[in-house]
Design a protein around this ligand. Structure first.
Ligand code: HEC
Ligand code: HEC
Length: 178
């Protein structure tokens, strides 16, 4: 990287601080645009109806197409439970998931057990979360996004919307960075 003249570096730092301050005040840059557009909500009503009964409707873009295909092809043995659906619903949801599956470089890799929570990017994004937290009753599992991401059900995972899980033992506050 080319070295910036000192004055520019200072300017850049000031600008960064300003953006951080605005974000803290809830006035994050571009929020008006994001709000008017709405968060990335899963748009298929059938998916919302059938796949958000036991957990949130996970964003289609968080798994690659082959993972969704395997998940939809084995709903009778779904992570230790039976999530079977009628054939027409399976077909409709599968097609939608195939079209909306993740294609970015970080999501393209098929994670172990076709889980979002075992994806390399997920593990990296959560490397500061004490692994003991996932197993606490207040959280239940890493798959229970909404315990911490207050708008996960709307498909929104922004850092501003992360909360310390309700009912989680205060000793975990120590290394909780929010
Ligand atoms: C009867 C309840 C139930 C229904 C209905 C259900 N699931 Fe699940 N799902 C589960 C359970 C239980 C897990 C495992 C959660 C855990 O590990 O904590 C799971 C996990 C998942 C995971 C992996 C989460 C992760 O990253 O660890 C995905 C993806 C998923 N479900 C997709 C779907 C889709 C798609 C549908 C709709 C076709 C669906 N689920 C319907 C109960 C259900
Ligand atoms: C125990 C609380 C907890 C649970 C449960 C949890 N997360 Fe997180 N997540 C966090 C924290 C804390 C961060 C921020 C880490 C940081 O700032 O370094 C984070 C960061 C993220 C980020 C990155 C946000 C950004 O702007 O960089 C994404 C995306 C994300 N989580 C998705 C998920 C999904 C999807 C699930 C469920 C499958 C989930 N998380 C479950 C606590 C949690």
């Amino acid at each position: 990287m080319k070295k910036m003249p000192l004055a520019r570096v200072q300017y850049a730092q000031t600008a960064t601080k300003w953006i951080a301050t605005l974000a803290l005040a809830g006035l994050s840059v571009g929020s008006a645009w994001a709000d008017s557009k709405g968060p990335m909500v899963p748009t298929l009503p059938k998916y919302q109806a059938e796949c958000a009964a036991c957990h949130i409707a996970y964003p289609a873009g968080m798994l690659p197409a082959p993972s969704w295909k395997r998940i939809m092809g084995s709903l009778d043995k779904h992570y230790g439970t039976d999530a079977s659906l009628d054939e027409a619903s399976v077909r409709e949801i599968s097609q939608w998931l195939q079209v909306n599956a993740g294609t970015t470089k970080r999501v393209r890799e098929e994670p172990p057990q076709d889980r979002i929570t075992t994806s390399a990017w997920f593990v990296r994004k959560h490397d500061e979360v004490d692994p003991a937290i996932w197993k606490q009753a207040a959280v239940k599992s890493a798959a229970n996004c909404i315990a911490c991401h207050t708008r996960a059900d709307k498909g929104s995972f922004s850092e501003r919307e992360i909360t310390f899980p309700k009912g989680l033992d205060a000793r975990f506050r120590r290394n909780w960075s929010d």
